[in-house]
Ligand binder design. Structure first.
Ligand code: SF4
Ligand code: SF4
Length: 199
């Protein structure tokens, strides 16, 4: 599940618990205890991911090359299962490495939606936050993302760019088309590293 929805789901569940009159305080403690158990493991230290990804790049390329000959649906099914497995345990709120080290691309509909919600003109939003990169893509001027809060939540999660909602893309249809991107993302996302390791 993409980062943004995991954050949304987590916040939603917490709000439900806090606002539900029928749930007693000790239930809340038990709930968080369970979540800590389920979610605390990130197998790879974030600081070493780029080096690790570089050292495994050739192996990952070989694995994915062999998958290119397989039927699309079969490849998608396999990667999606590994995605579910990895993100059932990883808590993005303990990571936020994608928001800290690589920003999303902004498409016109993202810019229109976010500026409207922030109550500023699109031109102002672009001047304050965005730039055109060397590939001609619209990206953030600076990282970590200015919308990332100290607790690793996203201050604009309900209106965040489409690219944030879809990151790291390993649950999308058509995995064979994004193999190169997935290999690059192993340097950023511990979930992707885990998926490629287990593939
Ligand atoms: S880098 Fe991967 S694991 Fe970390 S917050 Fe982003 S999507 Fe989640
Ligand atoms: S808008 Fe920024 S903080 Fe929010 S999910 Fe995207 S990169 Fe992360």
């Amino acid at each position: 599940m993409p980062l943004i929805f995991r954050k949304l789901l987590c916040d939603f569940v917490v709000k439900c618990i806090i606002t539900n009159q029928n749930i007693k305080h000790h239930n809340i403690i038990i709930y968080f205890g369970t979540q800590r158990k389920r979610f605390e493991t990130i197998k790879y230290p974030l600081e070493t991911l780029p080096q690790l990804a570089a050292s495994k790049r050739r192996t990952f390329k070989q694995k994915l090359k062999s998958l290119k000959k397989m039927p699309t649906k079969e490849v998608d099914r396999e990667i999606h299962q590994l995605h579910e497995k990895a993100f059932a345990r990883i808590n993005c709120l303990n990571c936020a490495n994608c928001c800290k080290t690589t920003g999303p691309l902004f498409v016109p509909s993202d810019i229109a939606r976010i500026s409207k919600k922030l109550g500023i003109k699109q031109k102002q939003f672009k001047q304050a936050y965005l730039r055109i990169d060397e590939d001609g893509d619209v990206v953030l001027q600076s990282l970590p993302c200015p919308f990332l809060l100290e607790d690793n939540t996203c201050s604009i999660y309900d209106i965040a760019p489409k690219a944030c909602r879809e990151y790291p893309h390993t649950d999308m249809v058509g995995q064979q088309k994004i193999f190169d991107l997935t290999i690059r993302n192993a340097a950023i996302c511990p979930g992707v590293m885990e998926i490629l390791d287990e593939l």
